[in-house]
Design a protein around this ligand. Structure first.
Ligand SMILES: C[S@@+](CC[C@H](N)C(=O)[O-])C[C@H]1O[C@@H](n2cnc3c(N)ncnc32)[C@H](O)[C@@H]1O
Length: 232
C-alpha cells in the first residue's frame, strides 16, 4: 500500500509565495521545460470552449494559450509578483481574470470546461488538490496536469539523466544558450531545496482512486502528465 503524500513534507504556503515572488524576476525565457509541452497539452482540449482555470499560473504563458480558445479564463496563483508579471504580459483584449489565492483555500464560485495545472501540483498535497481540481470540472470537462516526479529505479533514473543533454540541446535551439541565466539558476537552486516530488507509483495510486481511466504519462525533461476527462 502506497502511503498518502504527507502534507508535512511541503514547504509552508508563505515560503512558497516568498520563493516565487523572488523567481518572478527571472521568468524571462520564451522556452522552458514547461512551455515545451504546451502544444502537446492543448491537443486534449476542444478548439473552443467556454471557460478555463489555470492553477498556479505563474507569469501566465499557459493561461494566455488557453485564453485563445476559451471564452473566459481564470489564472490563479499564490505569488503577487508572478501575477503582476502575468497581468503586464496579457493583452487587455483577452478575457483573463487573475486571482491571487492559495488554491486549496480558494472558494471557487464556478466550474470550468478545462482545469490545468503546470509545475504547481508538487507544491500541494497530491490527493486533495486533484480532488478539488476534479470538483471544479464541468461534466465533459478536461483536467490537464504537467508536473515533476521523483525518479525511482534504473529506467526512470536513466531517462532523467538523458534529459540533461536533451535539455541543453533544446535550450540552445530556443534560447541560444545551453544553461539558464546564472541569476535564474541560483534562484531556482535555492527554491529546489523546498521541492518534494511524488513518485510515479504514488501518482498512479492516487489517480487510480480518484480519476478513473486517467491517461498518465512519463515524459522527458523530468515531467509527467495526467489527462482526465470527466464524464459528460
Ligand atoms: C513552477 S511555477 C509554474 C508556473 C506556471 N504554471 C508555468 O508553467 O510557468 C509554480 C507556480 O505555482 C504557484 N503556486 C504554488 N503553490 C500554490 C498554491 N497553493 N496555490 C496557488 N498557486 C500556487 C507558485 O506561486 C508558482 O507561480
Amino acid at each position: 500500500m502506497v502511503s498518502e503524500f504527507s502534507t508535512s513534507k511541503f514547504a509552508s504556503v508563505d515560503q512558497i509565495r516568498a520563493d516565487f515572488d523572488q523567481l518572478a524576476a527571472f521568468d524571462n525565457e520564451s522556452w522552458n521545460h514547461n512551455t515545451h509541452y504546451h502544444d502537446w497539452l492543448l491537443r486534449y482540449v476542444p478548439a473552443t470552449f467556454e471557460s478555463a482555470l489555470d492553477v498556479g499560473c505563474g507569469t501566465g504563458a499557459f493561461t494566455r494559450a488557453l485564453a485563445k480558445q476559451s471564452g473566459r479564463t481564470v489564472g490563479l496563483d499564490l505569488s503577487p509578483k508572478m501575477l503582476h508579471r502575468a497581468e503586464v504580459d496579457s493583452n487587455e483584449s483577452v478575457r483573463i481574470e487573475y486571482v491571487n489565492a492559495d488554491f486549496l483555500s480558494w472558494n471557487a464560485s464556478e466550474t470550468f470546461d478545462v482545469v490545468a495545472s503546470i509545475a504547481t501540483l508538487h507544491h500541494m498535497p497530491l490527493e486533495s488538490s486533484l480532488k478539488k481540481m476534479k470538483l471544479l470540472l464541468r461534466p465533459g470537462g478536461v483536467l490537464l496536469v504537467l508536473d515533476l516526479y521523483q525518479a525511482h529505479g534504473i529506467w526512470e533514473n536513466f531517462t532523467n539523466l538523458s534529459s540533461i543533454p536533451y535539455s541543453a540541446f533544446l535550450r540552445l535551439k530556443h534560447e541560444g544558450r545551453i544553461r539558464q541565466h546564472p541569476g535564474a539558476r541560483s534562484a531556482w537552486d535555492k527554491h529546489a531545496r523546498h521541492d518534494v516530488f511524488p513518485t510515479m507509483r504514488e501518482i498512479r495510486s492516487v489517480c487510480g482512486r480518484i480519476l478513473p481511466h486517467a491517461i498518465i504519462r512519463r515524459h522527458a525533461l523530468w515531467r509527467y502528465s495526467i489527462v482526465w476527462r470527466r464524464e459528460p
